[in-house]
Ligand binder design. Sequence first.
Ligand code: GLU
Length: 306
Amino acid sequence: MSTEQVVGRFAPSPTGPLHFGSLIAAVGSYCLARRNGGKWLLRMEDLDPPRVVPGAADEILSALDNLELHWDGEVVWQSQRTEAYAEAVEKLRQRGLVFDCACSRKEILLSAPHPGENGPIYPGTCRTGLRPGRKPRALRIEVNKEQVCFSDGVFGPLQQILSEAVGDFVLRRADGLFAYQLAVVVDDEAAGINQVVRGADLLSSTPRQIFLHACLGNPVPEYVHLPLAMEEEGKKISKRHGPVQLDYDHNAAELIARSLRFLGQTVPGSLQGAPPKELLAWAIQNFDQRKIPVAAEGLMVTDLPL
Ligand code: GLU
């Protein structure tokens, strides 16, 4: 066992109020970071202005306050981190890993060999330079055929060959915005994050992020992916499709208890009606990672909203 202090984080996107799915990630990452006296940081992923909902970031922060999920240090705002992303791209460019790509979405769809789980696999069209008359749109990173392997704290050993699963992926989009995959890696590294706890919908992004960490010479964090909360079969709870507005002002304790139960923890009956602080104090002492259900398809939540 390493004695390094755990530095975990919660990284919501302010695309709406905190829904039950992101609450699970907040509670899970909080307990796993704090249980060994670790730090828990907060990053607002407001990288994509068209998707940001005005007021959502403040709502998320005040919900976390009501839940007594208090973070360490200042909130990091991705919208203020463009310089760091540009620097990382420059570093990768100097290592000969970055290339301009002129392909439109439609062209990639038409030329991709077969659609992967993560969308069409980039066929490598612009890898060796742009054809005459073509204008650069996105920036991509060259991937390879090596297997990216990692052991997830819930889902166990996993591997992916990036050239087969996604192909060369985007670092800066055609609209000039830096891609999520790059931003997460740069921000996690800058903050010294060594434990990433989040929803299992991001499991398929993890090999790309591990690859980027390796290309940048960063240590790779530990990954723990939590089962997704589903509204109904095959449909995860999200703020984009039919938000379930939770009442963090009045039901904070019950929402924490439900999150802990969703994560497989047995909250003692004696804590029935206890305030959030007490529940969390119990959870920090007793959270058992081995009890988190391994549910690749997600788990249904039947008793919301609250
Ligand atoms: N911002 C992402 C989300 O809200 C989470 C990113 C991450 O945890 O790496 O789904």
